[in-house]
Design a protein. Structure first.
Length: 301
């Protein structure tokens, strides 16, 4: 297999670290970012020129483009860009401080958006590539106590869904990775809790406090297996738009998506009743808005 070049944010731990280790072990080159360069000393000593590292905190958006530019200059050609860095802010929405809200959005959403925007000119210039964006089952489903985390994951999913359509013609494929719970250090190191308010002690939002505090029920997902599937996905053509990983991810997303679709179907007549009456000749006119020129079911009936 011809070695490939990867750019990965957040390679100090979790999925990012496991991915970097798997790629380096098979002979690929990795440009990885971390907030503390010293945590990469062991891997750097082992893999030397295979591993290029830079300091980057995604919440410091002004620094992102410069790091991406330097990585492409150092490796010459990067086929895969993996937007992995992020964390979870948990607690009831009212409990979070303004600073926590801002930092969560700046890191998970704005930082990921700016990373992808910074990579796109390079990928276009070299004639293509792949973008893997770490989302979560929390990008398609929602639970009490995760409002801000969900806001960032649902936001980045909408962003990349649109970007994928914008850049497909340049040979750039985009994939959203939607893992369920995995046995990384996300729950007990990366996740942050908002200060608690007594008023929410009986709220369903306290579920996340109990999950983070309880070590007796490990997450079901094997992160090494999940990362192996992420890596293998870059050989699929066309790029899969989404990859669900973990039995919990599948069951949770299936249940919530099915409920949303059923609720939408019940509102079909109500939704269509708000249109202006059709005028003569409208049946032959193109829809005012239809991605890829495809009419919706409501428009075609």
């Amino acid at each position: 297999m011809t070695p490939r070049n990867w750019f990965i944010t957040g390679v100090s731990s979790g999925f990012g670290r496991i991915m970097a280790e798997q790629l380096l072990a098979r002979g690929d080159r990795v440009a990885g970012t971390v907030r503390n360069l010293s945590v990469m000393d062991e891997l750097k000593a082992k893999y030397r020129s295979q591993l290029w590292c830079a300091k980057l905190d995604l919440s410091e958006t002004a620094a992102i483009r410069g790091v991406v530019d330097r990585a492409f200059a150092a490796l010459g050609h990067i086929e895969m860009v993996v937007s992995n860095a992020g964390y979870g802010l948990m607690g009831a929405a009212e409990e979070m401080t303004d600073e926590q809200v801002r930092h969560q959005i700046d890191t998970n959403l704005v930082g990921s958006i700016q990373l992808i925007r910074a990579a796109l000119p390079h990928l276009r210039a070299q004639g293509g590539g792949r973008i893997l964006q770490l989302s979560s089952m929390g990008g398609q489903a929602a639970f009490p106590g995760g409002s801000l985390y969900h806001a960032t994951k649902w936001g980045i999913e909408g962003f990349l869904d649109a970007v994928a359509q914008e850049v497909e013609g340049f040979g750039i494929g985009c994939t959203l990775i939607e893992p369920g719970g995995a046995r990384t250090d996300f729950r007990h190191r990366s996740a942050q809790l908002a200060p608690t308010l007594d008023a929410y002690d009986a709220s369903p939002s306290r579920m996340v406090n109990r999950i983070i505090a309880d070590d007796s029920h490990p997450s079901p997902g094997d992160p090494a297996k999940m990362v192996a599937i992420m890596i293998a996905s870059i050989d699929e053509t066309p790029a899969p738009r989404r990859i669900a990983l973990g039995s919990d991810a599948y069951h949770v997303m299936y249940a919530q998506l099915s409920a949303r679709l059923a609720a939408l179907e019940q509102q079909r007549e109500l939704a269509c009743s708000t249109d202006f009456p059709p005028e003569e000749g409208d049946e032959n006119a193109p829809p005012w808005f239809a991605p890829n020129g495809v009419r919706s079911n409501a428009e075609s009936q």
